[in-house]
Ligand binder design. Structure first.
Ligand SMILES: C=CC1=C(C)c2cc3[nH]c(cc4nc(cc5[nH]c(cc1n2)c(C)c5CCC(=O)O)C(CCC(=O)O)=C4C)c(C)c3C=C
Ligand SMILES: [Fe+2]
Length: 415
């Protein structure tokens, strides 16, 4: 697929998913152009399998300027894992990323971790539950947290921006859902493919990493395409930046070893479904500042209609209430790319309420963007009545990988 300059595609009314698909195709174009025939090559003392699959179905490219799972099209499932690193040196960490890189390529190609063995007397190299499933558009995004720099005496390379997030007034964070030295975000159009990827990468690194916390999530896209709805039934993701210039400004780091990478903020946010379900539709819409069914800003008719938060009706009332989530988020003047997933994990043992909500994930050039929006939402956000932040983490996600390189190489070159 090509997009000519004359197409003026940024001005066409197309869905966010279509937009992201276009962005994804753009990225893929770069990666394919740079590829070649592939095959097995020797690199850095071990065999690095190149991205040589021509038969893989539903495959997201691993190689490119940015890691997959950020601006590539959103899949229906996520398995997100925050890990503790058990290693004691930077060299061991570098070896881990060299070990993982070709395995990530294989997984994203829909292949098993290792070629099948006929030896039944040893455990298999791949746990096997993804057998017969294709790549399912698996994307794998790897990031490192602030604590890792302290643990492995790399403080001098810790970006100033990479700090644990500050405490926000209504936070009720639990340690069991907070922090981590390293993250693996696996997204796929099949939940078992996403889980298999994390399980096998962690297994291959046995003794080097352990899972601190993890969360599975889902996103359901309407049959006719368009923005998915969250568990409060509102379209979620409408206001995301979509064109390349906006993404450049909001998402990608400009310099240093993290150039072309991005900061991932993860927040596990419980949504109080029972309270929400007792709320009138009018109040629900006032909470988000958008119409539920169409997703349009209040007072408008179409999901992607432009709006001015200061616009008032003939009675002098804000069209979009000044306590509404969208009003306050927009008023911050800051953009970020949200790539969240719903979760439903049974019931809260103490209350019997649904243990359900949003695994909020955003990518930004600097976590200060998240902080600015969260501060703007502050105590005013009407949505606060219906949600509780339970977990939090921040990670620096490496730039993309070129052939012959490995995840995080720029960091280790800077050591
Ligand atoms: C600090 C960042 C944000 C948190 C935390 C957050 C939580 C949260 N949001 C929803 C649902 C919606 N959010 C919407 C818009 C929106 N939210 C943020 C940021 C945070 N949300 C931004 C930057 C925006 C876009 C504002 C804009 O400029 O238009 C919407 C409206 C539709 C949309 O644009 O996606 C919904 C719905 C939930 C349920 C939630 C916590 C559980
Ligand atoms: Fe939001």
């Amino acid at each position: 697929m090509t997009v000519s300059k004359d197409d003026k595609w940024t001005e066409k009314k197309i869905s966010r998913r279509e937009m992201l698909k276009l962005t994804g195709v753009g990225m893929a174009g770069v990666a394919i152009g740079a590829s070649g025939l592939g095959g097995v090559m020797k690199a850095m003392g071990y065999e690095l399998l190149e991205d040589d699959s021509t038969t893989a179905q539903n495959k997201v490219n691993f190689y490119g300027p940015h890691q997959s799972g950020i601006v590539t099209p959103v899949q229906t499932h996520i398995y997100f894992a925050s890990l503790n690193v058990l290693l004691t040196s930077k060299q061991e960490l570098q070896e881990l990323f060299k070990q993982w890189t070709p395995l990530v390529v294989r997984l994203m190609n829909g292949e098993t971790m290792v070629e099948a063995t006929t030896n039944t007397r040893v455990p298999t190299g791949d746990t096997g539950e993804a057998a017969g499933l294709d790549a399912a558009n698996l994307s794998i995004t790897v990031g490192i947290g602030p604590s890792l720099f302290d643990k492995l005496a790399m403080q001098h390379l810790k970006p100033t921006a990479l700090q644990d997030l500050p405490h926000f007034p209504k936070d009720q964070l639990q340690q069991e859902w907070t922090g981590g030295d390293l993250c693996i975000q696996a997204c796929a159009d099949d939940p078992q493919v996403a889980f298999h990827a994390v399980r096998n990468l962690v297994r291959a690194a046995s003794g080097k990493v352990e899972i601190k916390w993890s969360q599975a999530g889902f996103n359901s896209f309407p049959a006719k395409g368009g923005t998915p709805r969250n568990l409060f039934a509102f379209k979620d993701g409408t206001g995301n930046p979509t064109d390349v210039q906006e993404l450049k400004k909001a998402v990608w780091v400009d310099n240093g070893w993290l150039k072309d990478g991005s900061y991932l903020v993860a927040r596990k946010i419980q949504m109080h479904l029972e309270t929400w379900d007792r709320t009138s539709l009018k109040d629900q819409e006032a909470t988000f500042g958008r119409h539920r069914d169409s997703g349009a800003p209040l007072g408008k008719t179409q999901e992607f209609d432009a709006f001015d938060v200061e616009e008032k009706d003939s009675n002098g009332e804000y069209l979009m209430p000044d306590t509404s989530h969208t009003h306050l988020a927009r008023k911050s003047g800051v953009q970020m790319l949200r790539r969240s997933y719903s979760y439903a994990s049974g019931v809260m043992s103490n209350t019997g309420a649904h243990d359900a909500g949003l695994l909020f994930i955003s990518f930004q050039k600097d976590p200060a963007q998240f902080i600015a929006v969260q501060n703007s939402l502050g105590r005013m956000d009407k949505l606060n009545e219906y949600i509780t932040h339970r977990g939090s983490a921040v990670f620096a996600c490496f730039p993309g990988v070129q052939k012959g390189s490995y995840l995080g190489e720029a960091l280790f070159n800077a050591l």
